[in-house]
Design a binder for this molecule. Structure first.
Ligand SMILES: C[S@@+](CC[C@H](N)C(=O)[O-])C[C@H]1O[C@@H](n2cnc3c(N)ncnc32)[C@H](O)[C@@H]1O
Length: 158
């Protein structure tokens, strides 16, 4: 599998301005509180969830999964160096938000189905899976996103 070590390593994607504006966008998609439990699949260094954790004063640290062993991960998250499918298959925890941001394209269709099915089973009632992917049609760099919103008990796409 393609290795992405520097996606969020001192790039605009790791800038405070981008992370803050992304989290404002995120909170418009899903209402969260300090009690919310969050899983970030393909979290990179986990700066986005780290920032959200501070903003919401989360009681439970968000869990971030990544196959890269980012030793400099954001310490406001629980970082797990693992394949997302392996983690989800054995997971017993329930989450209010499962974020899959710029990561779903790393998986083939069969594995995407597994990720969605396992993630769905890992949602709290009212929980949401938020998937963000690049809109490659009109963008050469990752500036714009299209997203799909899966929620219990209904599934809808935006
Ligand atoms: C393009 S980066 C996006 C990082 C972060 N979500 C963001 O938007 O800034 C995709 C991340 O997914 C991770 N990744 C790829 N395949 C994975 C897998 N099977 N399990 C967990 N993480 C994976 C990569 O190592 C990489 O850090």
């Amino acid at each position: 599998m393609l290795s992405i070590k520097n996606w969020d390593n001192k790039t605009w994607i790791s800038s405070t301005k981008y992370i803050r504006s992304f989290n404002i966008f995120l909170l418009k998609q899903k209402k969260l509180s300090k009690h919310s439990k969050i899983l970030d699949i393909g979290c990179g260094r986990g700066k986005i969830m780290g920032s959200l954790s501070s903003k919401l004063k989360l009681i439970n640290k968000p869990i971030g999964l990544d196959i890269e062993n980012h030793k400099d991960f954001d310490k406001r998250i629980i970082f797990k160096k693992t394949n997302a499918i392996k983690y989800l298959r054995n997971n017993q925890k329930k989450f209010d938000l499962i974020l899959i941001k710029q990561t779903i394209h790393f998986f083939n269709l069969r594995d995407i189905k597994k990720i969605l099915s396992y993630s769905y089973a890992s949602l709290e009632v009212g929980g949401v899976i938020l998937i963000l992917t690049l809109d490659t049609k009109n963008n050469e760099i990752p500036t714009s996103v299209s997203y799909t919103h899966l929620t219990l008990p209904t599934i809808c796409s935006v």
